[in-house]
Design a protein around this ligand. Sequence first.
Ligand SMILES: [Zn+2]
Length: 203
Amino acid sequence: MSSFAPPVQRLITELGKLPGIGGRTAQRLAFHLLRASQEDALALADAIREVKERIGLCEICFNLADGPRCRICTDERRDRGVICVVEEPGDVIPMERTHEFPGLYHVLGGALSPIDGVDPEDLKIAQLYARVEQADPPVREVVLATNPTTTGEATALHIADELRRRTPDVTVTRLASGLPVGADLEYADEVTLGRALAGRRSL
Ligand SMILES: [Zn+2]
């Protein structure tokens, strides 16, 4: 039985559902909001409501969008022949920050993980195949930029196999794994160093 008034307990419960927020932190945040001005607290509530009402998924790439299509898909200057496949909408941001990628994206909404019950039909994988098959102008390359984790690698391999079968003319590439800029070989872990060696290129 909670010793808090029901509305306070409700707030703590809701805050506790956020990732990385344990019971104690949820309580601390709830008390912070109780102490905050009416204006500040309601601004947070409003921001949450607005984002849920106005932001959806782009009908082409499944990135976040405040309309039917995201800003990248509607940008005429983007190269429609290259599609970069990422796991989450948050992965588009670091890719864009590099200013190195001129193409479009495809956001899967996660990575394959049969143990956790995430199968191909739970992700936007079929939509990717349809998109590549029907693209006009045609897609030249699909860059698989899923995370270098067990599930991310499995997802990339799964998609690469299927794309080679369905659309053999499309080049399928994977982001290189390597050493962080400014790093010292001495301190690199063997997996990273091994990948960097396997992915070496001529100069
Ligand atoms: Zn889009």
